[in-house]
Design a protein around this ligand. Structure first.
Ligand code: PRX
Length: 637
């Protein structure tokens, strides 16, 4: 496949960017012409950020899977679509060509249909990182069902909250998952979740680990048995269902600063074009290259840059089931060597954790296939950037630092590999179509360079979220009401003298722990579930590997046997309510929390204490009980 819109030089970039701002409709219409449509659109863009309402390619009809599968199966049937590398290096890898992947997606689309799935239904997918996860996702898209993938590290309660919010009728899961030396009992976690999910009628269970599971009659069925039934039907093809450009493609839950996670909604056409365009341009993908994105498909990065971006481009996408440090810290490098990986896209937290093992795991590994390196998910510190550049890229590979969010669908601010300049720890310049601006607390735009502020976007791009599932008002309030007529990202940002953007981190109560987004309110709610806890306050603090760690201040009124034991108990509660990823790194028991006279917790003070900035706490005289601050300082962990 050729990509006529692939930007080839800095001058090209400036030209494309200018056009995308001056004539956005023409710009995106020309790109959209390169996809397969059942019906052309009537209007390129209709929008209003106040409602908010954004519609791209309204009236157009298509199916994203034809763009990701059929058209490549026709022109390059034997080209590898997915290379799958298992958790255990002793197990054989698998390669699925475009022809095979299409056939498997059609088979599973039949399975879903046989279970009664219809266009518009919501289907929850809770699976390990195996090809069948991608197959299930694409099969949903083929029949027009809305997928809601839940990361395999979330607990039963988190899953049931998500299933109930979306009213899913089908769940696709596996018996278990391998992750490093762990064997996670996915089906039994699902069984616990479904006790409180009356909307679910069918559960389809893939065999992965062979761990014993209980199957409920008339509800649960084995993936393999269902596929056999389709084979007995003679493996009929499955024509892709025609979708409106603005029909929902998927829901993906993400944490915000308040309450329960929100179901971010992306729609068919805009998301497809955005992930495709950013994939081809940011990584400068060349046909035949192997792209290895190390994210889990449970997060947006996996949706956009393991599945939809690469496959829409006819690329080869490498999917890895395991973790970077098992069986040893050379696992990524073995994979790069074994599969001749050309593009490696990972998170700063993985780089920092591998840095901790020194350069020995890299010795005798042939990484010469690498052409482009990428990072995503959190700010990359300069030291990690240089290590990545020198030890992994051998100073031969451009590094793209891609800033974006679940809500943006694809990369928003990033350099383009080898085409626009990189600057360590800077995401650098906006993609064509992205119009960033910095504002002060009052929403006043901060003009000029060498300035910092809150990062907003003033014009819609094709991949912007359309709503939060079932609660449009929440979408408006969260993203479009802080500053008038603007999309607010929740991130702080600096613009240097040359106009390069550097994202400095969240300015709301959202933590970024190892690239995972976690709301402080969610963790507090989970801690408060422990019977002995009276109240808690959670803040982030700098953590060498995770980027941010979770620091919890807890008022405990229960029976203390000993503090260490109580801490463990609270950790277990958090793991049970949210998942292990949200376990606090530190729990400090306190007798009170710093509150204003109106009862609001002064997180600013707690944040400073957690960060160890004890002498710069600012004004504490407005506190109800200033003495409590001294006590908390004394007890700091
Ligand atoms: O704070 C920013 C940070 O991750 C947040 C988005 O998290 P999530 O929706 O989970 O998506 C992560 C993967 C796209 C952002 O608000 N973030 C993401 N990429 C970067 C980043 N911070 C700095 N630099 C980045 N490249």
């Amino acid at each position: 496949m050729s990509y006529p819109y692939q930007i080839k030089s800095l001058a090209d970039y400036h030209e494309a960017y200018k056009k995308s701002v001056e004539a956005p409709e023409q710009f995106w219409a020309e790109i959209a012409e390169n996809f397969s449509w059942h019906r052309k659109w009537d209007q390129v863009l209709n929008w209003n950020f106040d409602t908010p309402k954004v519609e791209w390619f309204k009236g157009g009809q298509l199916n994203i899977t034809e763009n990701c599968l059929d058209r490549h199966a026709a022109t390059q049937p034997d080209a590898p679509a997915i290379i799958w590398e298992p958790n255990d290096p002793l197990e054989a890898h698998r390669t699925l060509s475009y022809k095979e992947l299409l056939q498997k997606v059609e088979q599973f689309a039949h399975v879903l249909k046989n279970k009664g799935a219809q266009k518009g239904d919501r289907i929850c997918i809770y699976m390990p990182m195996v090809p069948e996860l991608a197959i299930a996702v694409l099969a949903c898209a083929r029949i027009g069902a809305i997928h809601s993938v839940v990361f395999g590290g979330f607990s039963s309660q988190s899953i049931s909250d998500r299933i109930n919010d979306a009213q899913c009728n089908i769940v696709v899961t596996a018996d278990g998952a391998y992750r490093g030396n762990k064997n996670i009992p996915l089906k039994s976690i699902i069984d616990d979740a479904l006790v409180t999910c009356p909307s679910v009628q069918h559960v389809i269970v893939l065999t992965r680990t062979g761990i014993p599971v209980s199957m409920i009659k008339n509800r649960d069925a084995w993936w393999e048995d269902e596929i056999k039934k389709v084979e007995e039907m003679g493996n009929p093809s499955f024509p892709a269902v025609s979708m409106d450009a603005e029909d929902m493609l998927f829901i993906l839950y993400t944490s915000g600063s308040t309450g329960k996670p929100k179901g971010v909604v992306h729609t068919c056409a805009g998301y497809m074009i955005w992930t495709h365009y950013t994939f081809v341009n940011v990584f400068q993908y060349q046909p035949g290259q192997v792209h290895f994105c190390t994210a889990d498909i449970g997060w947006i990065t996996g949706h956009s840059y393991i599945i939809y971006g690469p496959l829409s481009a006819g690329a080869t996408s490498l999917m890895f089931e395991g973790i970077p440090t098992w069986p040893d810290a050379g696992r990524f490098w073995d994979i790069v060597q074994k599969h001749q990986v050309n593009i490696l896209y990972t998170a700063p937290t993985a780089i920092r954790s591998l840095m901790g093992f020194g350069t020995a795991p890299l010795e005798n590994k042939n990484l010469s296939s690498l052409k482009v390196l990428g990072t995503v998910g959190e700010p990359i510190n300069v030291e990690a950037w240089h290590w990545y550049d020198e030890q992994v890229g051998k100073k031969q590979c451009p590094i793209v630092d891609t800033w974006w969010q679940t809500e943006t669908g694809g990369t928003m601010i990033s350099n383009m590999a080898g085409v626009t300049p990189a600057k360590p720890s800077f995401a650098t310049l906006p993609m064509p179509g992205v119009q960033p601006l910095l504002v002060d607390e009052n929403g006043k735009e901060i003009i000029g360079n060498g300035v910092s502020g809150n990062l907003c976007i003033r014009f819609p791009w094709p991949g912007i979220l359309r709503t939060t599932y079932g609660d449009h008002e929440r979408c408006r309030q969260t993203y479009f009401s802080t500053y008038e007529h603007l999309y607010f990202t929740g991130d702080g940002c600096l613009r240097d003298e040359d106009g390069n953007y550097r994202i400095t981190g969240r300015v709301d109560d959202v933590l970024n722990v190892s690239g995972h987004r976690i709301g402080t309110a969610e963790v507090e709610n989970a801690i408060n579930m422990h019977t002995g806890v009276v109240e808690s306050a959670v803040v982030g603090y700098p953590h060498d590997i995770k980027g941010q760690g979770i620091y919890a201040f807890v008022i405990f009124n229960g029976m203390h046997t000993d503090e260490a034991h109580t801490r463990q108990d609270i950790m277990q509660t958090v793991a049970r309510v949210i998942g292990a990823i949200a376990k606090p790194d530190k729990i400090q028991f306190v007798s009170g929390l710093p509150k204003t006279r109106s009862g609001k917790i002064m997180r600013r003070i707690l944040r400073k204490i957690a960060e160890g900035e004890l002498s710069h706490l600012g004004d504490t005289t407005t506190l109800l009980d200033p003495a409590v601050v001294e006590e908390i300082k004394m007890g700091r962990l």
